[in-house]
Design a protein around this ligand. Sequence first.
Ligand SMILES: NC(=O)C1=CN([C@@H]2O[C@H](COP(=O)(O)OP(=O)(O)OC[C@H]3O[C@@H](n4cnc5c(N)ncnc54)[C@H](O)[C@@H]3O)[C@@H](O)[C@H]2O)C=CC1
Ligand SMILES: C[N+](C)(C)CCCC(=O)O
Length: 521
Amino acid sequence: MHYQIFFKMKTKYVCTLLSKRLMSSVSPSATQVQQPLNYVRGQRVDPSNQDKNERFSLISPATGEVIREVQSSGGNDIDQAVDISRKALKSWSQISAFERGKVLRKAAEIIRGRSEELARTEVLDTGKPIWEARYDIQGCADTIEYYGGLAVSHNGDFMKLDNGCFAYTVREPLGVVGGIGAWNYPFQMASWKSSPALACGNTMVFKPSPLTPLTAVMLAEIYKEAGLPDGCFNVIQGETTTGQLLSSHSGIDKMTFTGSVPTGSKIMEACAKDIKHVTLELGGKSPLIIFSDCQIDNAVKGAMLANFSNQGQVCSNGTRVFVERKIVDVFLEKLIARTKAMVIGNPNDENTTVGASINKQQAEIVLSYIKGAKQEGANVVYGGERIIPQDVSLKNGYYLSPCILSDCSDDMTVVKEEVFGAVMSVLTFDTEEEAVKRANNSEFGLAGGVFTRDLTRAHRVAGNMEVGSLYINNYNVYPVGVPFGGYKKSGLGRENGADTLDYYSQIKSVYVEMNDVDCPY
Ligand SMILES: NC(=O)C1=CN([C@@H]2O[C@H](COP(=O)(O)OP(=O)(O)OC[C@H]3O[C@@H](n4cnc5c(N)ncnc54)[C@H](O)[C@@H]3O)[C@@H](O)[C@H]2O)C=CC1
Ligand SMILES: C[N+](C)(C)CCCC(=O)O
C-alpha cells in the first residue's frame, strides 16, 4: 500500500479502532520487554556468555530512558545457535516446499492479528511514528505471505539431451544463513531476510541491531506458533563482536546483511575466508530529478517521501534533489509550506509525522552535516534544529526538524555522503543530460527517481540511471514482489522479489545417462 493511501486511511483507522484503552492494552508491557531476547531451540533464553560485562543498554529513542540492559551473546552462544540451526536444517530442508509455504502463510496471518502490538514495540525500539510502524508491520506480513506462496514455484529445470539422455536441475537450500540487521527497520529486516531463506529450506541465526533488539524475537515466537520446527529460526543479541563472530563462523553458509557500507565490506571480507554466499543491502545517496514539466505538487510530495520518512533514516532516500532551474523557487516555496506542517513529537501520537532520531549520536552526526553544509555555502531554508517537545517526558529524546538545504553543489560533503537523517539537498540543473550525469556521479547506486509528465523522457532517464530501484513520479514505495537492492557500493543481491529466492538457494545439475558408457579407454 502506498504511503499516501495509508495517510488517508490513518484518520479513519484512528477514529474507529484506536481508542486510548485499546492502545494501552496492546502496548508492550514492562514484563514482555524484560523477557530474554535470545531465541534458540524454540524458546527465549538468556545468553550463556560467561563475560557478564558484555552488555548494552536499550534506550527508548522517544524519551531517552534506559528500558533495560541486554547481555551480548558470545562465542558459545553462537556455536550453540549455529549447531541447532544445522540440526534443524536436516528435516526443514526435506519438508515439501508446499508445507514450508504453509508455515510462512500462517505466520503472516498471526502477524496481522498482532500488528498493533508489534507496531507499538517497534515504536519503543525505533522512535518512529506509530503510523509508519503499522505500515512496516503490514508490509512484513505481505512479504512473508508472498514467499509462503512462492515457495512451491521455485523449482529446477529439465533438459532433454542426445540419445535419450537428459539432465535436470534442483534448487537446494544453501544451509545455515546468518542474518544481521540495522536499526531503522528492525522487524522488516528480520522478515525480509528470514522468509525467503526459510521458503528455500534454509535455517537461520539472526542478529538484530543492538539499538533495536525487541521485535526479531517476537517474529521467532510467531514462526513457532505458525508451525516452524524449533531451531529453524534463532535470534542472538549483541553488538559488533557478536556480529563478527557470526559472520566469520565456519558453520554459516551465507550471510545476509543490512547496514552501512564499511560494515558490509567487513562482513564480505569475513565471508571470503570460507567462500560464503553474501547479500549486502547497504547505504545510498540517491538522486531525485525533478523536471519543469512535472506535476509540481506530486514532485513536492515525492521529495518529502524521499527524505523525511522515518526521520530520514532510510537507505534508499533520494537526498540529492535535482530541480530544473526554472521551477526551483516555486518548488521550494511549496516544499517549505508542506514541511512546516509536519508534526514533530511523541511517536505514539496518531498525528505525529516526525518522531525521534534513533539516538543522540546519530542526531549529532546529522546536525554536524548541517553545520558543515552551511560552512560550505549551502543555505538552510527550513529546519535542521533540535526541537525539545513540550511534553517533558520527551525532553531527553532527540527530535530534529526536517531540514531543507538550497544552493547546494555536487562537491559539498552533505551532497556526497550518506547523512542518514532528514536532510534534503536541493540542487539545480538545466538539461536532462547534465542532470543524469550528475545524478550518476556517486559511489552509491541504491535508488533514484524522476518526476516528469513526458513518458519518453521518464523511461530514457530510468534507462540511464545507475541504480537498483528507480521511481517514476513517486518515491520510496516498496510493493511486495518488486526486487530491492543496490548497484555499485550500495550492495549485492536483491531482497523483496522472486529473484531473491535465487540468492538463498543453489542449483544442483543432475545428468542422466540412458545408454552404455562411451569411453575411449
Ligand atoms: N544504509 C543502511 O541501511 C544503514 C546505514 N546506516 C549507517 O551506518 C551508520 C552506523 O550505524 P550502525 O547501526 O552502527 O550501522 P552498522 O552498519 O555498523 O551496523 C549494522 C549491524 O551490523 C552489526 N555490526 C557492526 N559491525 C560489525 C562487524 N564488524 N561485523 C559484523 N556485524 C557488525 C551491528 O551490530 C548492527 O547489527 C549510521 O550512522 C548510518 O549512517 C545505519 C543503519 C542502516
Ligand atoms: C526497504 N526500506 C528502504 C524501507 C528499508 C531498507 C533498509 C534500510 O533503509 O536500511
